[in-house]
Design a protein around this ligand. Structure first.
Ligand code: IFM
Length: 438
C-alpha cells in the first residue's frame, strides 16, 4: 500500500473493528441466551447451523488479541459490548463477570495507547427481550436506556467514542422484512415498528450517555450504493426506493427529523401510534457520523410484487467472497452525500470497510490489500471534495463469525484457524502496519 499518514488529514485516525458475538465465545463468562442462538439452532437459517458459542474465543485470548491491535499500529479499536453478557435476561440482573471483562478490555486498550470506540448493540438481543417482541416492542427504548446506563456507568470514563446501535438497516429491515438475520421475521408491520424503535432507542441511549458526562457520541449506519439495472423509469424508481429504505431512512430520522417519502409509501400504515412525536429524542445531537460501506447493488423493478417492488439484478464483477461487487466510488459518493445532505461539518468516520476472501494462513491476501487501497483512495477523493472524514476503520481485525454465513467468509486482517484458534497476521495486516506504525 503506497500510503503514509501524511496522505490523510491531520489527526485522521485509523483503526480496526470487531463485534462481541462474532469473536468472544458467547458460552463463556455467564452470558445469557440471545436470539442469535435460537436463530442459529433453527435449520435453514445459518450455514451448517454454526453459532457464536466459541467463535474466536476472544474471551480467553484477550491479551493476545489486544497485542495484535497494538501490533498493526491502530489508533482506535471499535468493539461492541454484548447486552446478554452484561445483563443475561436483558433487564435488572447484571452479570459482574461480563462487565469485568469489558473493563479489562478497555484498560488493556488504554495501556497499549489505543482509543476504545464502543458500540452498545451489535445484534445479539437477549432472548428474554426477544420473547417479548424485541425491537417491535415499544418498551425497547426503556430497556435499552437501562442497559446503556449500566455499561456507560462502568466504562464511560475511559471510552473515546460511543455509538448505540450498529447498522440499523440490518437490525430493522434485514431481520424483520428479509428474514435473513435474527429474529428471522418477514413481516412489514414488525419491520416498521422495529425501524422506528431502533431510532428512538438510539436517541435515548445518547441522552443517557450525555447525562453521565460522556462525549464524542455518534451513530453508525451501513450504506449500500444502489444503481438502476437500466435506464427504464421503473428501474430508476426501484433503485431510488432501495436507496431510501437502505440509506436514507435512518440518517433522515437522525438529521432531518423525517422519513423519506418513498419509505412512507410502504411503512407509514404500520408505524406505531405517535411516531411523529419521537423525533426530538431521535435527533439528540451527535458529535460524529459513522458510515459502514462494502458494496453496491444493481436494482430492478419487480412487477409482480407489492411495495417495495424491487429485486436485485445480476452483479457485475469483480466480486468478493460474499459475491459483493467491489465498487469504491460508492464510498466516496456516500461520504460526500452524507456531509452535503445530512451532517454538514460533523466529522464522518468510515466505521467499517473491508472484504471477505477465501484466505489460508500462508498465502498473501493480495485481493484484500487491493480492496483496501482502492477504498482508501476513495476516502482521499471524498476529503479532496470537502467531506470532513476523520477516520477509517477496517472490518475486521480477525476472521470471525459472519452471522448467517457462519465461519467460511473471512474478513480478517488476521487469519484464524477455527480448529486450533491460532491467529496468523495476513499480508494485509503487515501492509497496514508498515505505514500505520509510522
Ligand atoms: O460482519 C459484518 C458486521 O457484523 C457488520 N457489518 C458488515 C460485516 C460484514 O458483513
Amino acid at each position: 500500500m503506497q500510503f503514509t499518514r501524511a496522505d490523510f488529514p491531520d489527526g485522521f485516525r485509523f483503526g480496526v473493528a470487531t463485534s462481541a458475538y462474532q469473536i468472544e465465545g458467547h458460552q463463556f463468562g455467564g452470558a445469557g441466551q440471545t436470539h442469535w442462538d435460537s436463530f442459529a439452532a433453527t435449520p435453514g437459517n445459518v450455514v451448517r447451523f454454526e453459532d457464536g458459542a466459541r467463535a474466536c474465543d476472544h474471551y480467553h485470548r484477550l491479551d493476545e488479541d489486544l497485542d495484535l491491535i497494538k501490533g498493526i499500529g491502530a489508533d482506535v479499536y471499535r468493539f461492541s459490548t454484548s447486552w446478554a453478557r452484561v445483563m443475561p435476561e436483558g433487564t435488572d440482573r447484571v452479570n459482574a463477570e461480563g462487565l469485568d471483562f469489558y473493563d479489562r478490555l478497555v484498560d488493556g486498550l488504554l495501556e497499549r495507547g489505543i482509543s476504545p470506540a464502543l458500540t452498545l448493540y451489535h445484534w445479539e438481543l437477549p432472548q428474554a427481550l426477544a420473547d417479548k417482541g424485541g425491537w417491535r416492542n415499544a418498551d425497547m427504548p426503556d430497556w435499552f436506556a437501562d442497559y446503556t446506563e449500566v455499561v456507560a456507568s462502568r466504562l464511560g470514563d475511559r471510552i473515546w467514542s460511543a455509538a448505540p446501535i450498529n447498522e440499523p438497516w440490518c437490525v430493522g429491515w434485514l431481520s424483520h422484512f428479509d428474514g435473513h438475520h435474527a429474529p428471522g421475521l418477514r413481516d412489514i408491520r414488525a419491520t416498521a415498528r422495529a425501524m422506528h424503535h431502533i431510532l428512538v432507542s438510539h436517541g435515548r441511549a445518547i441522552q443517557v450517555m450525555k447525562g453521565l458526562g460522556m462525549g464524542n457520541l455518534g451513530a453508525v449506519c451501513n450504506m449500500e450504493w444502489s444503481t438502476p439495472a437500466s435506464d427504464a423509469p421503473e428501474d430508476v424508481a426501484a433503485a431510488t426506493r432501495y436507496d431510501a429504505i437502505y440509506n436514507r431512512f435512518f440518517v433522515g430520522g437522525l438529521f432531518k427529523g423525517e422519513y423519506p417519502a418513498e419509505v412512507m409509501e410502504g411503512l407509514e400504515p404500520y408505524l406505531p401510534t405517535g411516531w411523529q412525536d419521537d423525533f426530538a429524542t431521535i435527533q439528540s445531537p451527535l458529535d460524529w457520523m459513522g458510515v459502514n460501506y462494502y458494496t453496491r447493488k444493481r436494482i430492478a423493478h419487480r412487477p409482480d410484487a407489492p411495495w417495495p417492488a424491487y429485486q436485485e439484478a445480476p452483479t457485475q464483477g469483480p466480486l468478493t467472497q460474499m459475491d459483493w461487487e467491489i465498487h469504491p466510488d460508492g464510498l466516496k459518493d456516500f461520504l460526500t452525500r452524507t456531509a452535503r445532505e445530512y451532517t454538514g461539518d460533523l466529522p464522518i468516520y468510515v466505521t467499517e470497510n473491508g472484504m471477505a476472501n477465501p484466505d489460508t494462513h500462508n498465502q498473501p491476501d493480495t485481493a484484500r490489500s487491493n480492496y483496501l487501497t482502492a477504498h482508501l483512495k476513495a476516502v482521499q477523493e471524498a476529503v479532496a471534495e470537502g467531506a470532513p472524514v476523520a477516520g477509517y476503520f477496517v472490518w475486521s481485525l480477525m476472521d470471525n463469525y459472519e452471522w448467517s454465513l457462519g465461519y467460511e467468509k473471512r474478513f480478517g486482517l488476521v487469519h484464524v484457524d477455527f480448529e486450533t484458534l491460532a491467529r496468523t497476521p495476513k499480508a494485509s495486516y503487515h501492509a497496514l502496519a508498515e505505514w500505520w506504525r509510522g
